[in-house]
Design a protein. Structure first.
Length: 274
């Protein structure tokens, strides 16, 4: 009887030990599989987030940040893109027919330039463009394939060190009807409330409207201090209707670009978001 009891206890201990070992191994395997699956999901969602044509933030799929160096010298702009280790970043996604969009504004937000530097080497872009003396900010708009990147203002001076990069307060427009070179464009704003989607509908002569960089137009928006940047593309390729959102109240300057009869014109507006 004692032998039977001892044997039963030993058998029970063996079964329990075997089950515990199996459970431990199985859980580790499942957890490892879940981590791998989650990492893959992050990579896919990160790519989707950066390919919608509106955002400029990197996805979770990416590691490290791109450092963008901007130099203006005697009418020549040079841009170098490097990873955290100092190596050139050359894998960029084509965004509306270009690898790199460069926006340059002066300190008063009066002068506006939308340029497309040409790649001349690994992670290196150049373009010639004369600027008047003054203080400026540059916005380098790119979509790296493997690294995080967020568009930030890069302040620089032309013609010597400027006293400041400040400017007079913007004044909201009383009318959103603007005429450039005989072409008139009216902007209809669905709302002026911060934190909610806002539709910008531009009314113009569509019979002369041509695709510009693969779209019906482009819109760039800066806040009054020129430290918040938005590059918005149309909801579809045929209609000059844009949707965006202003996270904070304040005054914003909007530059809308349209190509009509072979010429690109820029129409600017100032709005105040409550």
């Amino acid at each position: 009887m004692k032998k039977w009891a001892i044997a039963a206890v030993v058998y029970l201990l063996i079964v329990i030990g075997s089950y515990a070992a199996y459970d431990s191994f199985f859980n580790k395997t499942v957890k490892h599989g879940e981590a791998t699956s989650h990492e893959t999901t992050e990579k896919v969602s990160g790519h989707d987030e950066t390919s919608n044509g509106h955002g400029h933030e990197g996805g979770d799929k990416k590691s490290g940040d791109v450092k963008a160096d901007f130099v203006y010298n005697d009418g020549k702009i040079t841009i170098n893109l490097n990873d955290p280790n100092g190596k050139p970043v050359d894998e960029l996604e084509v965004n509306h027919e270009k690898l790199l969009h460069l926006i340059v504004v002066d300190e008063h937000l009066d002068q506006y330039y939308h340029l497309h530097p040409v790649r001349v080497g690994a992670g290196k872009f150049e373009i010639s463009h004369e600027l008047k003396d003054g203080a400026y900010k540059a916005f380098i708009d790119i979509k790296p394939l493997k690294l995080n990147y967020e568009v930030t203002p890069l302040a620089f001076d032309v013609g010597g060190q400027q006293e400041s990069h400040s400017h007079a307060d913007l004044k909201a427009d009383e009318t959103f009807v603007k005429t450039v070179d005989g072409k008139t464009v009216e902007m209809d704003v669905s709302s002026f409330e911060a934190g909610k989607p806002i539709t910008l509908n531009f009314k113009l002569d569509k019979t002369t409207l041509e695709p510009y960089l693969g779209a019906a137009g482009h819109v760039v928006i800066l806040n009054e201090d020129a430290d918040q940047y938005l590059h918005v593309h149309p909801l579809n390729e045929e209609e000059p209707i844009f949707e965006t959102k202003f996270d904070q109240a304040g005054k914003y300057k909007i530059w809308a670009e349209f190509k009509q009869n072979g010429k690109v014109r820029v129409f600017s507006y100032v709005i105040e978001v409550k």
